[in-house]
Design a protein around this ligand. Structure first.
Ligand SMILES: CC(C)(COP(=O)(O)OP(=O)(O)OC[C@H]1O[C@@H](n2cnc3c(N)ncnc32)[C@H](O)[C@@H]1OP(=O)(O)O)[C@@H](O)C(=O)NCCC(=O)NCCS
Length: 246
């Protein structure tokens, strides 16, 4: 069992101006974002940083925009990891867990997770513990009630029910990003039933995981909070409260 240390979520840095960051200290979460509407030259530069497998994956995209977004996100992730580890982007090696969550090969102890949505990528880094992030473009109209019925827990649906209009849309995306960050931290994808845990929909909640089932103690093992990402987007991060789980 690892030690329990405070989790500190910092500001979001611009990943197009990386500099020479030091690895996060114990309990510190580093957050980076980048716009994904970059010129072709930047896409090409990022493409050159990818592994052969990633380049093949990029070529399999039929539509240019998601292809460019994948290339920019993965290339930027490689650049950031290289800066943290004193390596080069091309030398970064990933391994993939059962449901596809990427992690670093080797013993560096640096964990990361990535999310991208139309126009924006978000990357989070922490030492010695599991982490998940999600960013969503909130500009699009969503059928919040129908999606909530399908994906959210009874507690969450009840909390959303009195809301309407913009308030409902904002609370819906808070709920969605918090839930998604949690399943990404655990790495289990949708094999983790979404009704088996409740998140808060309250704005600014710094500890938004309310309940987990069937293991109620699981809720204390994670902290979930929003990321201040700027207008047009909603984002959340979930981090293990103890070191040792990655
Ligand atoms: C990968 C997954 C966990 C998230 O996918 P997504 O929301 O479309 O995509 P995001 O941009 O947030 O995350 C994708 C990134 O997460 C990482 N990732 C991939 N599999 C992952 C996993 N099992 N766990 C954590 N991270 C994962 C990768 O870096 C990936 O980037 P890439 O596609 O460029 O390789 C997907 O498998 C999933 O389960 N989606 C659930 C969607 C849903 O219906 N959610 C309901 C929310 S309440």
């Amino acid at each position: 069992m690892g030690s329990k240390t405070e989790v500190r979520i910092g500001e979001v840095w611009d990943a197009t101006k990386i500099g020479s960051p030091s690895e996060p200290g114990s309990g510190a979460v580093h957050l980076w974002q980048r716009r994904l509407d970059a010129p072709g030259a930047e896409v090409s530069a990022c493409y050159e940083l990818l592994s052969i497998e990633e380049q093949e994956r990029a070529r399999r995209f039929r539509v240019e925009r998601p292809r460019n977004e994948f290339v920019l996100t993965r290339g930027t992730l490689r650049s950031l990891l290289a800066q943290y580890l004193g390596s080069t982007p091309q030398d970064i090696r990933f391994r993939y867990a059962g449901h596809g969550k990427p992690a670093l090969e080797g013993e560096s102890g640096l964990s990361f997770n990535v999310s991208h949505t139309n126009g924006l990528a978000l990357m989070a880094f922490v030492k010695q513990r599991a982490i998940g992030v999600d960013v969503e473009n909130v500009g699009r109209e969503v059928e919040a009630e129908r999606l909530a019925e399908r994906f959210f827990s009874e507690h969450e649906r009840q909390a959303l029910r009195p809301l309407g209009g913009d308030e409902l849309q904002a609370a819906f995306f808070r709920c969605w990003t918090r839930k998604e960050a949690y399943i990404k931290a655990k790495g289990e994808g949708l094999s983790l039933p979404l009704h088996q845990f409740d998140v808060s929909i309250v704005e600014g909640d710094r500890d938004a995981l309310l309940a987990t089932r069937p293991d109620a103690d699981e809720a204390a093992r994670w902290t979930i909070c929003d990321i201040p990402i700027g207008s047009g987007f909603a984002a959340a991060v979930a981090v293990a409260t103890r070191e040792g789980s990655q």
